[in-house]
Design a protein around this ligand. Structure first.
Ligand SMILES: [Zn+2]
Length: 327
């Protein structure tokens, strides 16, 4: 499994090229970045509208050394039953950028409207970020594009006509991804069975593991029987992972400092033969560059233990002396 991290902001590094250099130097074999200009002073991405052919050629070259490249569609684009058409239109510049930069996987937020947010009527819990690792001060949370009708959320599962609309749109996205030489992954906390049911080669799930441990994701996670069973049930429809840890309701923190059972994740990935990438999504206000490195090392250690059947890999150097009599 290739481990990457997201271009966003790394410590004080805002410029995309500087972040790419840091990511490469830190030993990551994958990389993710947003198809967005970002927020000045807070985070940076690659804005398709401000990225001419010369820049694309340079970026493509800079990105060549990575085993995988992930492009994150803007947060304002969210696939929903009622706005699939406008969202697909809004994806045009994203998919073109993906083709130009030889992107392997395009992450798109999706909401199937079947997950019940238990806190929705309480107002006590913060709305979980339908997003990446930082708040989005200048991005409307409504579905894209502006002016599109806001769907009314049904209290139960999507209707048959919605199912048909989803299937038709995702078949179109699948063919489109094929033409662009990429794959599309839906970052969602619900609708997994629907994605599996489509059986598409180029449209799958990007499981943001941390989001499943927030209030909105926990009921779905519990219904699946926990993280390991969810991963196993996703099987080959799981195309990508976003990883960060969660403590209480604070997400996008350093791996190993929260409550996510990464050993369960690693065991399930081992069982299903997962061979795709995992992008760390670290909130730069909560995780230092050293914390990003530690997160990768923590994950590698856990994956190695899972690969060796759960045994602790032998440490380098002389074997430890077994204390006589135990302790
Ligand atoms: Zn994510």
């Amino acid at each position: 499994m290739h481990i990457g991290t997201m271009v966003w902001r790394i410590g004080d590094r805002l410029e995309v090229g500087e972040q790419l250099a840091w990511i490469r130097e830190a030993g990551f074999t994958g990389v993710g970045f947003h198809a967005s200009a970002g927020v000045p002073g807070h985070w940076s991405g690659i804005d398709p509208a401000a990225c001419g052919s010369a820049t694309r050629t340079r970026l493509r070259h800079e990105l060549q050394g990575f085993a995988y490249r992930e492009l994150h569609a803007p947060f304002a684009i969210e696939l929903r039953a009622a706005t699939l058409g406008p969202a697909m239109t809004a994806l045009v510049p994203v998919m073109e950028l993906a083709a130009d930069l030889a992107v392997d996987v395009v992450t798109i937020h999706a909401d199937f409207g079947t997950a019940q947010a238990p806190h929705a009527a309480q107002g006590a819990s913060p709305r979980p970020p339908a997003s990446g690792p930082m708040a989005q001060p200048n991005v409307s949370p409504s579905a894209a594009p502006a002016g599109a009708p806001r769907p009314t959320r049904e209290p139960d599962t999507a209707t048959a006509s919605q199912d048909a609309a989803w299937r038709a749109a995702m078949q179109e996205l699948d063919a489109w991804a094929g033409r662009m030489g990429t794959r599309a992954v839906l970052e969602t906390i619900d609708g997994f069975e629907q994605v599996q049911g489509w059986g598409l080669a180029r449209v799958g799930v990007n499981l943001d593991v941390g989001h499943m441990f927030l209030p909105s994701g926990r009921p779905r996670l519990a219904a699946a029987g926990g993280l390991g069973l969810l991963i196993r049930s996703l099987g080959t429809s799981l195309f990508h992972l976003h990883l960060h840890d969660v403590k209480d309701e604070t997400d996008h923190i350093e791996l190993g400092t929260g409550t996510i059972p990464f050993a369960d994740l690693a065991a399930a990935l081992q069982d299903t033969g997962y061979g795709h990438g995992a992008t760390l999504e670290m909130n730069p206000d909560r995780v230092t560059p050293d914390g990003i490195r530690r997160s990768a090392a923590y994950l590698e250690g856990i994956l190695a233990r899972a690969a060796s059947g759960g045994a602790t890999p032998a440490a380098p150097g002389p074997p430890p002396v077994t204390p006589v009599g135990g302790s």
